[in-house]
Design a protein around this ligand. Structure first.
Ligand code: HEM
Length: 402
């Protein structure tokens, strides 16, 4: 790929550049650590905080040439309570043994309640993680650039399966219990992110397009976090899905613990949905913007169904869903073609579809189309998660080569 400079992109991109330049700036950090799960903290702007211990360690592991050996060993480490494999470098083992400990504030009762929520809402969650959160990641400029230029950016289908593993693990029955896999997935992902912080600054392509020197700050982590649970909950509320307060809190809690296990500092993790929404307004909403990398990633995501039907039906449906969930502005940014039939159907039929599924509208009134939706959604969720169950998250030791 030709190396794009930000100046070229702005000059050549016309409207795209103008929109990006106007809407991509993050406002100053003013969210108080009093609203966090621990109620206190230094209050440093998370834009300038990364994950120092993990970052120094992974830089050393990469520079010593240990990555292939470590990845081979970690493939055998899959369950939360499983001891780390013999033969890991001592410094890495010491770090991982600390990193795998659940936070003192985690609440097993809430984590059990989260399982109920995930079971009841599995279909919506699959759709929302895949289409709202997944697509939103392509208009989070720093994430889109990092993903595109890192090793995994070259094979998006594989990357999507790996990322879906986290969504699968957090929603599974035994997510954080001994025989579950969420702790393992989070700790491995924390290592991957630390590796990316060391590698991307060595990519000529990333450095040419990025407006930062080290990727994946704590602020970026929270932005992506909000693209997940906060965005999911915003949609469920907008769809009027009835959710008991205890389940809503439990779902939030499972993601608070996830944030901690991914290396996000407790002082940045919101304690309540109100705090989460106020933080998202500050860190997520204003930074959404298109990038050339994000547009290409979105295009790959929309073709996710190509193996099923050559994208004949799946692409228009996924396009319509993206437009429906994220709005026209983001759809235009991503250069997603208009699909009037499917968009129209979603707009008119989605609210009653949800109402029928939730038992709020009597079944006899529901036309066939609602069950077509149900079927399409199930297929998509299966597709999205199919490979996630067996996937192994690996530490990269290079960037995307082109
Ligand atoms: C890797 C999840 C935040 C960029 C991964 C992986 C997961 C994941 C599960 C492993 C899958 C893989 O190797 O492809 C998350 C979650 C986040 C988060 C849950 C926040 C709550 C971020 C942010 C960025 C980012 C903020 C960039 C700004 C990347 C990159 C990779 C990665 C570049 C590596 C891909 C490769 O191997 O080349 N992330 N991530 N992530 N993530 Fe994140």
């Amino acid at each position: 790929m030709e190396i794009p400079s930000r100046r070229n992109v702005l000059m050549a991109g016309g409207a795209l550049g103008a929109v990006g330049a106007l809407s991509g700036a993050a406002p100053a950090w003013s969210w108080s650590p009093k609203g966090s799960v621990v109620g206190e903290g230094a209050g440093l702007d998370p834009k300038w905080v990364w994950d120092p211990e993990a970052d120094a360690l992974l830089a050393a592991v990469i520079d010593r040439g240990d990555v292939p050996r470590v990845n081979a060993l970690l493939r055998t480490w899959t369950k939360n309570a499983q001891p780390l494999p013999d033969g890991l470098p001592a410094d890495l083992k010491a770090f991982m043994d600390k990193a795998r400990v659940m936070p003192a504030w985690s609440d097993p009762g809430k984590l059990t309640a989260a399982v109920d929520f995930n079971e009841k809402r599995g279909l919506y969650l699959g759709v929302l993680y895949g289409l709202a959160s997944g697509m939103m990641s392509t208009v989070i400029p720093k994430e889109a650039r990092a993903v595109y230029h890192s090793k995994g950016g070259a094979d998006m289908k594989d990357r999507i399966s790996k990322t879906a593993k986290l969504g699968y693990d957090i929603g599974s029955k035994n997510a954080y219990t001994d025989d579950g896999e969420m702790i393992v997935t989070c700790v491995k992902t924390r290592l991957v992110h630390a590796a990316v912080r060391h590698l991307l600054p060595q990519s000529p392509y990333w450095t040419a397009s990025a407006d930062e020197e080290i990727p994946i700050s704590q602020a970026d982590m929270m932005v992506t976090w909000h693209s997940l649970p906060t965005t999911v909950m915003r949609n469920l509320v907008a769809w009027k899905v009835p959710i008991p307060a205890a389940e809503s809190t439990a779902f939030l809690h499972s993601w608070q613990v996830g944030a901690h296990m991914l290396g996000i500092k407790d002082e940045y993790i919101p304690a309540t949905w109100d705090e989460a929404n106020s933080q998202a307004k500050q860190v997520l909403d204003p930074i959404l913007a298109p990038t050339p990398e994000g547009i290409k990633l979105a295009d790959v995501l929309l073709d996710l169904g190509s193996t099923i039907d050559g994208s004949v039906l799946t692409r228009p449906v996924l396009s319509a869903f993206t437009r429906f969930l994220l709005g026209d502005r983001i759809a235009e940014w991503l250069e997603i073609k208009k699909t009037p039939f499917w968009t129209g159907l979603l707009k008119t039929a989605w609210p009653p579809f949800v109402a029928v599924r939730e038992g709020l509208l009597p079944f006899p009134l529901a036309p066939e189309a609602y069950w077509t939706f149900d079927e399409i959604l199930r297929k998509f969720v299966l597709l999205f998660l199919s490979e996630a169950q067996t996937i192994s998250i690996e530490i990269p030791d290079t960037n995307r080569p082109t």
